[in-house]
Design a protein around this ligand. Sequence first.
Ligand code: G3D
Ligand code: MG
Length: 194
Amino acid sequence: MGLQNTKYSKTKQANILMLGLDSAGKSTLLYRFRYDGIFLTSPTIGFNVDMIETKKDFTLTFWDVGGQQKMRQLWCNFLENTDGLLYVVDSSDKRRLEESKKEFEIILKNEFLKCVPVVVLANKQDLPGALNAEEITRKFNMKKYCSDRNWYVQPCCAVTGEGLSEALQMLVAFVRQSKRSKETSTIFKEIETL
Ligand code: G3D
Ligand code: MG
């Protein structure tokens, strides 16, 4: 019996947590994911929670959590059961890049996000002076802080939808891979107890 026939292969659902400072573009991105035709949609469950079915038969539940200072204290309540993190950055807002980076580092250290794959969306590429993906990669110290997980930095523009399809494809690939390896280790643990 291969993995295909086990109860573990039924996990075709993933929780995607969207974080980033206020005004980074999270809600705009979620709107684009829903209406761009990249994805088929399902009804919204709550004000900032959306379930979106991908063409690849994979349901993503997006948690778009507010990024205002007082909301950030609540981020930790959303971290458990996260399968993938979408961290949204306003690449044109040089004044707040450092603040965004600090918040990013803090959440990466949380136990619930250990090894959780990350896609950083370098948003607002249409605005003058926006840092490109390489610059955001360097600025956010991705190689150092994400060395324990799969990560990717995708330049995008939530207004035009540019780069979003690539970002989601990468995220789904990472999440699938991480879910598969978790399933495999669960199976091995169960075998060990036989
Ligand atoms: P948030 O949910 O992260 O707080 P929002 O951010 O999605 O509410 O977006 C904040 C503002 O940024 C919005 O403008 C939105 O239109 C704008 N925005 C989001 N993504 C982009 C982008 O890629 N390019 C540009 N130029 N603007 C973007 P308003 O004017 O409504 O505040
Ligand atoms: Mg919002």
